[in-house]
Design a protein around this ligand. Structure first.
Ligand SMILES: NC(=O)c1ccc[n+]([C@@H]2O[C@H](COP(=O)([O-])OP(=O)(O)OC[C@H]3O[C@@H](n4cnc5c(N)ncnc54)[C@H](OP(=O)(O)O)[C@@H]3O)[C@@H](O)[C@H]2O)c1
Length: 306
């Protein structure tokens, strides 16, 4: 399998989860230090890592990373499109370049990865899992570029899925949309107004997103999955009670603009930020919904294997 954004957080947790099944895992990100740490963790977990450094905003580098991975592994069964980064702050304070870099890393990089990976997956009738966000359906104030990128990603995946169905593709295409996850993501944002996003209680552990990704691969069925029961509720409230939910989000934005720690952020939209760390130690809680679905999916896969 191949995963982008493997030098940190959800990507690293997912690489380890697949490694525990003995997978050969191609690790893509920019930070060689972060990739080396993930590579060691994959080996410790029983997998075989292949380090493929690349910036997903560089189309030629994405192509070279996938060529390298397929040459080493002889093909691709699973691709997880996960790399992403963001700017945080009011749109009017956001430099145009930072807005564009967020779109490039989070949307265009994903599209370029999928363009290169899909022919390999068609050959193996494999699985393509794309990591979205609750921001692919709910607008997040102070993260307008990120919201635009993730909404765009959802639209792209939906349209691609219909095309693939019309062409009788056997590739399973899934969009995983996590709620807040305790990863270095929130320290890696480029801050526009000098404050990091406030740390909210109740983030999910990255391992839960990894389990959701693995269970999508096990089911080998196209579709979407939200990580976090509360996030399913938030999505329902947003679509049913829209004027009210937007008013609540506006209050939240007024508070969140300056409620976080002062600091510049790691500016992952511009430079490598992965440090080979899974989390930052936010108070996190497991998603019972995701764990339940993962157990059910694992049981179904075991029964169908038998
Ligand atoms: N954390 C959350 O609350 C949350 C919630 C919903 C969805 N997500 C999504 O989950 C995905 C993973 O995020 P995370 O939470 O695990 O954050 P993270 O810990 O900051 O990891 C982001 C990963 O993306 C890589 N990356 C960023 N820009 C890149 C680029 N231009 N080229 C190659 N790799 C790049 C980073 O590696 P390098 O810096 O080494 O390149 C890193 O490995 C993202 O798509 C994010 O939008 C996160």
């Amino acid at each position: 399998m191949l995963i982008t954004g493997a030098s940190s957080g959800i990507g690293m947790a997912t690489a380890i989860e697949f490694a525990e099944r003995g997978a050969c895992v191609a690790l893509v990100a920019r930070s060689e230090h972060g990739l080396d740490r993930c590579s060691a963790a994959v080996r410790d977990a029983g997998g075989e890592p292949i380090v493929c450094p690349a910036d997903v905003t560089d189309r030629a580098a994405v192509q070279a990373a996938i060529d390298r991975a397929t040459a080493a592994m002889g093909g691709l069964d699973v691709v997880v499109v996960n790399a992403g980064a963001a700017a945080f702050g009011a749109f009017t304070q956001t430099a145009a370049d930072d807005f564009d870099r967020t779109i490039d890393a989070t949307l265009r990089g994903a599209v370029d990865t999928i363009r290169e990976a899909l022919p390999h997956l068609e050959r193996t009738q494999g699985s393509l899992v794309v990591v979205g966000s609750v921001a692919d359906a709910i607008p997040l104030p102070l993260m307008s570029a990120y919201t635009a990128a993730k909404h765009g990603l959802r639209g792209f995946v939906d349209a691609l899925g219909i095309e693939m169905r019309s062409q009788d593709s056997r590739v399973a295409l899934s969009l995983i949309s996590p709620g807040p996850v305790d990863t270095p993501f929130w320290d890696n944002v480029a801050t526009q107004e000098g404050h990091l996003p406030p740390r909210l209680p109740g983030a999910y552990p990255p391992e839960d997103v990894a389990k959701a990704i693995v269970s999508c691969v096990d089911r080998h069925r196209s579709g979407g999955m939200t990580v976090g029961g509360l996030m399913v509720l938030a999505g329902t409230v947003h679509s049913l009670l829209n004027p009210l939910s937007e008013r609540l989000l506006a209050h939240f934005a007024g508070w969140a603009r300056t409620a976080g720690q002062p600091g510049p952020g790691a500016r992952a939209i511009h430079e490598p930020a992965g440090r080979g760390e899974l989390r930052t130690g936010l108070a996190s809680r497991p998603s019972l919904l995701t764990r339940g679905l993962a157990v059910a999916g694992g049981a179904r896969a075991a029964i169908s294997r038998r």
